[in-house]
Design a binder for this molecule. Structure first.
Ligand code: ACM
Length: 506
């Protein structure tokens, strides 16, 4: 018997908290039935659907206490016939059980689960549907990889190792960000990305929806945001440092509010919360192109066709604040999660400094520096979100003008510095340092043969895995402020799904 969460023969990602492996295998048969507690019907249907796609088997779902009478909890097609009832003993059973007492490791959390595979059955036990869902992902990872096939693989012997896995996540926020602003990805690609999150038991999809190069979400009150802001006339070729000029090919797209609702439902069914990001006051050139009065300079701008940081920045006046509140009102109606990301990174202040009206405004609101003006702006938005029962998330730059009470900070600059400073100053922090967790950096030393990347240093899989998000210098109280970790995927140089999903192959 082996108790080793990193056993080489078992490839569960992320590594579970505890794994016991016993000799032997179990063969999962075409007679498989899922017996599920009624609280977990949605998860049982998810598993049955995957099994059907990959194995070709119709896997019935029944209640946990043998086969139930026909109840409304199950679609009638899934209620077994009398013939099936009589054959239960031949069946391979996957049982999904509600844990009514806490597990060996103490109180069970919502995302915890226990999975046991024996010769004739599999049992997943959890207190809540999120835990069951994670148990199902672990079960899928224990099958041969063909379990992820989209056609029936009758050539595969469906065997599982005999294990007991007990698992609980270390962090409550396990995220991945996708930038759909620099390049637009259709709904099907976004869903595929969400599926990858689910497979890895990540529970936050940070959706970067607006930037200088495109505004990607329909806002009913401001139609020009997508009529104008969702389209750029071309995209720069090659790396931005090479200055090769534009490709002459228009690029754009946006998600209608109906599509957003569909994606939210898709993520919710996978126990993933979406954190939408609407960037302000910088990274907002597409919005300024659509509504020039929001800008800080009289020179009109287009939706940007280049990569990098532009000096276009929202002005902090009352009309802009109203615009931001209106946009966030529609965003809050679409996204039920608590957290709303307002960006706040890389906001160049040159236009603020050059504009005498903004200089006067700084005096009126008592801001002594442009950073303090940005803080004033962020505090207004923070108040608005808090008043609406939400929490503001911002990149670590939002603390440059001073603390923002109640804000959650995403630390991306420096290995630990920005996040450490944020935790020390009493903010909740999600760690996504660019030098460990940005997926858009090079993935090998062989830069010549890699697709163009944004630059930055090569991040090996090993480096990413060994990254420890809680800095040693934090006190216990400050360490508790590190609520999670996130991988971020910026798409300046990633124009399609093939590049998006590219893994380390070298
Ligand atoms: C960022 O990478 N600009 C947050």
């Amino acid at each position: 018997m082996l108790q080793n969460p990193s056993h080489p023969a078992i490839n569960i990602i992320p590594r579970p908290a505890s794994l016991i492996l016993v000799p032997g295998e179990c063969s999962v048969l075409s007679t498989t039935v899922i017996q599920s507690h009624s609280a977990f019907t949605q998860e049982a249907v998810f598993l049955a659907t995957r099994l059907r796609l990959a194995t070709g088997w119709e896997v019935p779902i029944t209640g946990t206490d043998s086969f139930p009478q026909a109840t409304t909890a199950f679609p009638s097609a899934l209620v077994p016939t009398d013939h099936e009832r009589s054959r239960t003993s031949d069946r391979f059973v996957i049982k999904i059980t509600l844990a009514d007492v806490d597990g060996e490791g103490g109180a069970l959390g919502e995302e915890d689960y226990e999975l046991t595979t024996t010769s004739f059955r599999v049992e997943i036990t959890a207190k809540a549907a999120a835990g069951v869902f994670h148990g199902i992902q672990t079960l899928l990872q224990l099958f041969p990889p063909a379990i992820f096939s989209h056609c029936a693989r009758i050539d595969v012997a469906w065997k599982l190792p005999k294990v007991t896995v007990r698992d609980r996540p270390r962090f409550g926020w396990r995220g991945a960000m996708l930038d759909c602003a620099r390049h637009f990805f259709p709904v099907s690609d976004v869903k595929a990305f969400i599926d990858l999150l689910a497979l890895h038991k990540l529970n936050v999809f940070h959706w970067h929806l607006t930037d200088d190069q495109g505004w990607r979400v329909e806002i009913k009150k401001y139609p020009r945001l997508t009529e104008i802001g969702a389209w750029r006339k071309e995209t720069m070729r090659g790396h931005s440092s090479a200055r090769l000029g534009g490709d002459g090919i228009p690029h754009g797209g946006f998600y209608t509010q109906d599509e957003v609702r569909e994606i939210v439902a898709y993520a919710t069914a996978r126990h993933i919360t979406i954190v939408p990001e609407i960037d302000m006051p910088g990274h907002s050139r597409a919005a300024i192109a659509a509504y020039p009065h929001l800008g800080s300079s009289d020179t009109p701008v287009d939706v940007w066709t280049e990569w990098g940081v532009t000096d276009a920045i929202l002005n902090p006046g009352p009309e802009t604040i109203r615009f931001c509140e209106d946009v966030l009102t529609e965003i809050m109606a679409l996204f039920p999660g608590k957290f709303i990301h307002i960006g706040g990174d890389e906001a160049m202040k040159t236009q603020w400094v050059a504009n005498p009206k903004i200089g006067q405004f700084m005096g009126e609101v008592g801001a002594k520096t442009p950073e303090e003006l940005q803080r004033w702006f962020i505090l207004r938005i923070n108040e608005f979100l808090v008043r609406n029962g939400r929490r503001l998330v911002g990149w670590d730059e939002i603390l440059e003008g001073g603390p923002v009470p109640d804000a959650t900070i995403m630390g991306w600059r420096g290995w630990l510095n920005a996040g450490v400073k944020a935790a020390q100053s009493g903010h909740d922090v999600v760690m996504t340092p660019s030098s460990f967790t940005y997926l858009n950096h090079y993935q090998s030393e062989d830069i010549e043969n890699e697709p163009i990347s944004i630059g930055g240093r090569f991040i090996s899989l090993e480096m990413a895995y060994t990254y420890e998000p809680v800095a040693a210098e934090l006190t216990d109280e400050q360490a508790a402020r590190v609520i999670g970790i996130q991988a971020s995927l910026w798409t300046e140089y990633i124009g399609d799904r093939m590049l998006l999903e590219r893994s380390e192959e070298h």
